[in-house]
Design a protein around this ligand. Structure first.
Ligand code: 3PG
Ligand code: MN
Ligand code: MN
Length: 590
């Protein structure tokens, strides 16, 4: 597309020139207000004040299922699809659905990526690495099963699976079930095709491999040692034995945090290290938590940790994870082509942008926001600030996270006058919510609310506009519920089942600030509005018309500000004429 076609016409009724703050509360949905809703229990005066009695400037938007490009209505939202929709202003079919289609049509096994790995099948082993659950956020069990089956049918003679247990997008403790299902599939495929299929290593997703945004390379190194080198502090004969024994040894260990382990044969030898001539597929479709491993597997020049051995392999991602870096070079399914994001439009229209979060969410307001593209569109017009996250602790230990620092940096950016728009992600509701620690999540939500206040105060000072929303639910529901009655479900011991995952709840969106023109309010004719409608909304608030193919803006302006000012002046003149006429007992002459 030619650069000038990025030029956006001015909005006919909303003037340019007001500073805009776009605040994303990560994992902050709207749900029944009971004692399991950490947002409800938390002290959140700022968010409460944006809602109460403000139907024109507060509403809910959809953040799950097809509204954000996911295959099914019961697919909970997540950060990738949520921020993609927020930034791109359109709904793209996301990785989950694209992989489904490629598997159903069989195209996955005919594409360039599969042909690439197939080259290793005659002599080498096919290794499959990724998250084992049916969460549907990073990967899905049924896709992994289809991939194993299809690979064996298409020539893979030896398959080794290196899995990561979940407990974050699904209930903690469910990993035993998923391992069982995986073992069944491996056995079935082995019997049906004669391929030698085994689990080779494992570990919990937060402890092994699935770090993101380079927060802690040790996580990836622990995985590398187990998956590639076949070395880990724990060795077992089977994955089921591993999960059971590790839990017995340390009852506090949970699915998210299992230490790395390798599966060994009767001689104690690892059954599946990755060696020269092998093929590797990282089967997560979601990018953020696979990029670091992809770099370790793919880059010759790599210094983030000592790989000890860098095997010469044929590697493919389930998808290409980074369109800008072209990482990895080979992939089984083409990623959604998220183009012409709102960030790109802004730089073409001279808007100066500040984006900020802490490491664990930094890529959300940059990489995901920009359509899974690393780097800035413009060095001159954009500044991206990353506040280092805590490492080596779970976020319930420090539930305040870096929210106040993010807010203070953003406040300073607003007051500096150097930016037209700031966008931030406040991580607490999500990151602390994922720990399942209710009280810590309450503290996290209260902190996020304080951070919102800091940013809103700065907007007040500069006469600007704010837009506060969220990317999906999490902290508003911390227990598993019966879908019909909404009552909490107890486990067989009569205990509440803690919900560590996201939800399908809608999320709030609020606009305001002294710069919000009095003629602007939320439309009432978009009851099904979702996150993809937010980009056009922000462009409007900056005084631009949104691109024609963007999902419609959530705001309407019933007359323009100039008209509004004229009306006020006319009324004032009328009033003074009337007073004058009355004073001199003459009939008003207008
Ligand atoms: O990766 C994670 O932390 C979870 O699977 C999903 O959380 P997010 O979508 O909020 O990042
Ligand atoms: Mn999120
Ligand atoms: Mn999350």
């Amino acid at each position: 597309m030619a650069a000038d076609s990025f030029a956006l016409p001015p909005h006919p009724k909303i003037a340019k020139g007001k500073k805009l703050a776009v605040i994303i509360l990560d994992g902050w949905g709207e749900q029944v207000d009971d004692q399991y809703n950490a947002i409800h229990v938390a002290d959140t005066p700022t968010m409460d004040s944006l809602k109460k009695g403000r139907p024109d400037t507060w509403r809910l938007v959809k953040a799950h299922g097809p509204a954000v490009g996911l295959p099914k209505e019961d697919d909970m939202g997540n950060s990738e699809v949520g921020h993609n929709a927020l930034g791109a202003g359109r709904i793209f079919e996301q990785g989950a659905g694209l992989v489904d289609t490629a598997l159903q049509t069989g195209k996955l096994f005919q594409g360039e990526g599969f042909k690439h790995i197939q080259g290793a099948f005659p002599e080498g082993t096919l290794h499959l690495i990724g998250l084992l659950s049916d969460g549907g956020v990073h990967s899905r069990l049924d896709q992994i099963q289809a991939l194993i089956k299809g690979s064996a049918e298409n020539g893979a003679k030896r398959i080794r699976v290196h899995f990561l247990t979940d407990g974050r997008d699904v209930l903690d403790g469910s990993s035993l079930y998923f391992v069982d299902e995986l073992e069944k599939t491996l056995k079935e495929v082995q019997e049906a095709t004669g391929s030698d299929c085994k689990i080779a290593s494992g570990g919990g997703r937060m402890e092994v491999t699935m770090d993101r945004y380079e927060n802690d390379w040790n996580v990836v190194k622990r995985g590398w040692d187990a998956q590639v080198l076949g070395e880990a502090p724990h060795k077992f004969k089977s994955a089921t034995e591993a999960l059971k024994k590790l839990k017995e040894a340390d009852p506090k260990v949970n699915d998210q945090y299992y230490p790395p382990f390798v599966i060994v044969d009767d001689e104690g030898k690892a059954v599946g290290p990755i060696v020269d001539g092998d093929a590797v597929v990282t089967f997560n479709f979601r990018a953020d938590r696979m990029v670091m491993l992809a770099k370790a597997l793919e880059y010759e020049d790599f210094k983030s940790f000592d790989r000890v051995r860098w095997p010469k392999i044929r590697y493919a991602g389930m998808l290409q994870y980074d369109g800008e870096l072209k990482l990895p070079a080979h992939y089984l399914v083409s990623p959604p082509e998220i183009d012409r994001t709102s960030g790109e439009y802004l730089v073409h229209n001279g808007i100066r942008t500040f984006a900020c979060s802490e490491t664990v969410k930094f890529g959300h307001v940059t990489f995901f926001w920009n359509g899974n593209r690393s780097g800035q569109f413009s060095q001159e017009l954009e500044e991206y600030v990353e506040i280092p996250s805590d490492t080596g602790i779970t976020f319930n230990v420090q539930p305040e996270m870096k929210a106040i620092l993010i807010a203070e940096r953003t406040r300073d950016a607003i007051l500096s006058g150097k930016f037209d728009v700031v966008r931030v992600n406040l991580p607490n509701g999500d990151m602390v919510g994922h720990t399942g620690d209710f009280h810590a999540t309450v503290v996290g939500c209260a902190t996020a609310d304080k951070a919102v206040k800091i940013i809103l105060d700065a907007i007040e000072q500069v006469g600007g506009i704010f837009l506060v929303t969220a990317d999906h639910g999490n902290a508003e529901d911390m227990v598993k519920r019966n879908p019909k009655t909404a009552q909490p479900v107890l486990d067989k011991n009569g205990q509440l089942q803690i919900l560590t995952s996201h939800t399908c709840a809608p999320v709030p969106i609020a606009i305001g600030g002294p710069g919000l023109p009095q003629n602007v309010r939320f439309r009432k004719d978009l009851p099904n509005g979702g996150l993809a409608n937010v980009a056009a909304t922000t462009l409007n608030l900056l005084g631009f018309e949104a691109p024609a193919d963007y999902e419609p803006s959530l705001v309407e302006a019933d007359f323009n500000e100039g008209e509004f000012r004229n009306l006020v002046v006319d009324l004032a003149i009328m009033f003074s004429h009337a007073s004058y006429s009355l004073l001199f007992s003459k009939a008003p002459s207008f």
